[in-house]
Design a protein around this ligand. Structure first.
Ligand code: B12
Length: 213
């Protein structure tokens, strides 16, 4: 069932058939809007398949780009933005480090907000130097970093070294494709944790916050 949804969505995204994309996504949406994890997998998998088709030369980069933009529209339309479940835990800081792939971070921010966290978004394409300044200024306790390109992911090691040199005790949670491809990469860059999807990171955030109390 989910396989059929993923393959239909992939094809509709490649064809840039916005109405079909929305219909497929809407039909698969859980009636409980706080349970986004099923749809999260559908979006990630269809984007991944389009990326694979690009690698084999079967779709153009422009199609990958437009498929990404359509997913962005879906997230804007379907992720609830009247977050009623606001217990204001946190704050949790989120950034896309030296990278402009923002769909994963966008999902992460929505899911954190849906789970009742106060989220501070440092934005996309942030450099290591700027991020160190922000973390030092805000004394971040929990920082969540998204990177989709390996060279951006590897820069996290330098970032963590700089934070340690400043004796900051920030807990760093990392995620994105490079960490899913190499399950030990989070340890190599010195992060405190990783999760393969945004939803799976929620228990980790919860645990880190509890440990701080
Ligand atoms: C869509 C896409 C694009 C779009 C980006 C649209 C956008 N604005 O976001 C466009 C076309 C613009 C693009 C451009 C490029 N891309 Co691109 N892109 C992709 C693709 C196909 C899908 C990424 C995506 O959006 N997935 C959907 C989202 C929802 O999933 P996600 O990001 O993985 O996020 C989920 C989890 O990973 C997790 N997560 C994400 N972040 C975090 C953070 C934390 C803390 C946690 C806990 C969890 C978490 O939660 C999310 C939701 O559950 C990937 C392939 C792939 N397999 O990932 C390549 C990919 C990432 N791109 C790649 C490349 C090379 C590029 C370009 C350099 C191409 C070029 N030659 O110009 C440029 C560079 C852009 C830049 N400077 O940042 C490579 C990177 C390879 C590498 N080893 O570094 C990939 C892997 C493709 C490939 N196989 O070669 N890309």
């Amino acid at each position: 069932m989910q396989e059929q949804v993923i393959s239909d969505l992939t094809q509709a995204l490649i064809n840039l058939d916005i109405d079909l994309v929305k219909n497929i996504f809407k039909a698969s949406l859980s009636p409980n809007s706080s349970e986004f994890s099923g749809n999260e997998r559908i979006l990630i998998e269809s984007q991944k398949r389009i990326g694979d088709l690009w690698e084999t030369g079967d779709v153009a980069l422009s199609q990958v780009y437009m498929a990404g933009m359509l997913c962005n529209d879906i997230l804007d339309e379907f992720l609830p933005n009247n977050f009623t479940n606001q217990t204001k835990k946190g704050p949790i800081y989120v950034v896309v480090l030296e990278d402009y792939h923002f769909l994963g971070a966008k999902m992460l921010i929505s899911i954190l907000k849906l789970s009742g966290y106060n989220v501070i978004d440092y934005g996309i394409g942030v450099s290591v130097e700027n991020l160190v300044q922000y973390v030092q200024r805000d004394r971040c306790e929990i920082l969540m970093i998204s990177t989709l390109m390996l060279h951006s992911a590897l820069k996290i090691e330098l970032l963590i070294k700089k934070l340690k040199d400043l004796q900051l005790k920030t807990r760093v949670i990392v995620g994105g494709a490079p960490f899913n491809i190499d399950p030990k990469l989070w340890l190599k860059v010195g992060a405190n944790a990783t999760a393969s999807t945004a939803s799976k990171s929620i228990p980790i955030v919860e645990k880190f916050l509890e440990e701080q109390q």
